[in-house]
Design a protein around this ligand. Structure first.
Ligand SMILES: Cc1cc2nc3c(=O)[nH]c(=O)nc-3n(C[C@H](O)[C@H](O)[C@H](O)COP(=O)(O)OP(=O)(O)OC[C@H]3O[C@@H](n4cnc5c(N)ncnc54)[C@H](O)[C@@H]3O)c2cc1C
Length: 366
């Protein structure tokens, strides 16, 4: 029977980040088990957005720590991730939302993040194609942008392999095993791996792995679709990722065209908020689309921590912002698996907040 110092379940951005950070810290007798192929879960469906603007300061700290890694990712892993640091532009169409984003911007500036409040004229100048007549206010942070999630997964995976970690794809974990001392291993079809540390980073599959151990991870999948049009509609190449916050409609330049999405998966339903904010989109044809699961938690914040079973760690329920947090979350998981003090304090993110009633709601969910 194989014995590992740690087993990671799930080969998305979070699992591969944890594997890489463990290896970088010197723990290389590790195995990552992925049921399908690397990145095949929510990660490969993500828009790749990386943003600092959150209303929960823990999310901003996670994003900031992650940004430090995204900006030197190629240097760290050898893999380019096509990070386009064009900023996020949030359009707010009511006083309540504008006040919330203004408060959050002040908190971000206290952390050294240059989030600014933009005038409507500045918005017009940035993206002249946007309808701004009903916009009450806007915020913009130039450090934000988007990168390629598959490249991040491949970068972490290949760097971890080079350091000695093992990755197995097509390897479904059927059960996490325990004994009197806590976690004792994982069972695959036809094989058992012995270990005292398991990290559940299985996206929407995480709940099914935890439940048999008497531990609830309340995560559920919410289907989200993204569309691509090869027509850029005059939107400048330098345009930020634009978010119409109240409707959730967003778009950004992608190659010669535009990527856009919203809360509606049916293009006919999306067309109303989309044509309102970007009237020219009525002329666009959709060349392709894809969908995946937002892995939702009850308060739209991630669940990250150690389970009541000794040696069992988890990170799931990112509610649509797991890609941008994956570097810092992987680092945190690696530190806790190794029993070290952690770079960030994520003690408020544990899943037992849903039992104790201490929800911490993130409301800037796109
Ligand atoms: C349309 C869309 C747009 C998004 N846009 C953004 C964005 O702009 N920015 C952002 O930060 N986030 C975004 N997200 C969210 C982001 O994709 C996720 O939060 C993130 O990818 C979660 O990564 P993960 O590694 O935890 O999960 P996943 O990528 O889902 O990886 C989990 C892996 O675990 C594997 N697995 C499950 N069960 C088992 C098992 N029993 N044994 C072995 N393997 C198992 C799965 O096959 C899967 O590959 C978006 C999501 C969607 C769907």
């Amino acid at each position: 029977m194989k014995t590992a110092d740690a087993v990671i379940v799930g080969g998305g951005c979070v699992g591969t980040s944890a594997l890489f950070h463990l290896a970088a810290l010197g723990t290389t007798n590790t195995v990552l088990l992925e049921a399908s192929s690397l990145g095949s879960g929510s990660t490969s469906k993500a828009a790749g957005g990386i943003r600092m603007q959150h209303d929960d300061v823990v999310n901003t700290r996670l994003a900031l720590r992650s940004l430090q890694e995204f900006t030197r990712f190629e240097q760290l892993t050898g893999t380019p991730i096509d990070f386009k640091q064009v900023g996020y532009l949030f359009l707010l169409d009511n006083d309540h939302d504008f006040a919330a984003f203004t408060r959050a911007a002040a908190a971000q500036r206290e952390l050294g993040i240059p989030t600014e409040i933009l005038s409507i004229d500045a918005v017009r100048e940035m993206v002249p194609q946007i309808y701004v007549e009903d916009v009450v206010g806007a915020t913009f942070c130039p450090w934000e942008g988007f990168a390629a999630p598959e490249a991040v997964v491949q970068g972490y995976a290949s760097a971890a392999r080079r350091l000695g970690a093992e990755i197995r794809v097509g390897s479904l974990v059927v059960e996490i095993l325990t004994d009197g001392a806590g976690v004792s291993g994982v069972r695959l079809e036809g094989e058992t791996i012995s270990t005292r540390s398991v990290v559940i980073a299985a996206g929407v599959g995480s709940a099914d792995l935890a439940r048999p151990l008497g531990f609830e991870l309340p995560v559920h999948g919410e289907a989200r679709t993204i569309f691509y049009s090869s027509q850029a509609l005059g939107v400048p190449q330098s345009a930020p990722l634009v978010v119409d916050f109240s409707t959730g409609f967003y778009f950004h330049r992608e190659g010669a065209g535009l990527v856009f999405a919203g809360r509606q998966s049916d293009p006919a339903e999306l067309s109303e908020p989309a044509t309102h904010r970007l009237p020219a989109i009525a002329e666009a044809s959709i060349e392709s689309s894809w969908w995946g699961y937002y892995e939702m938690s009850p308060d739209h914040n991630a669940m990250i921590g150690q389970a009541p079973v000794a040696g069992l760690h988890y990170a799931t329920g990112f509610s649509g912002h797991g890609f941008m947090q994956s570097p810092a979350v992987g680092e945190y998981l690696a530190e806790t698996v190794r029993g070290e003090s952690t770079t960030l304090d994520l003690s408020s993110m544990t899943a037992d907040r849903f039992v104790s009633g201490q929800h911490r709601t993130e409301s800037f969910v796109i």
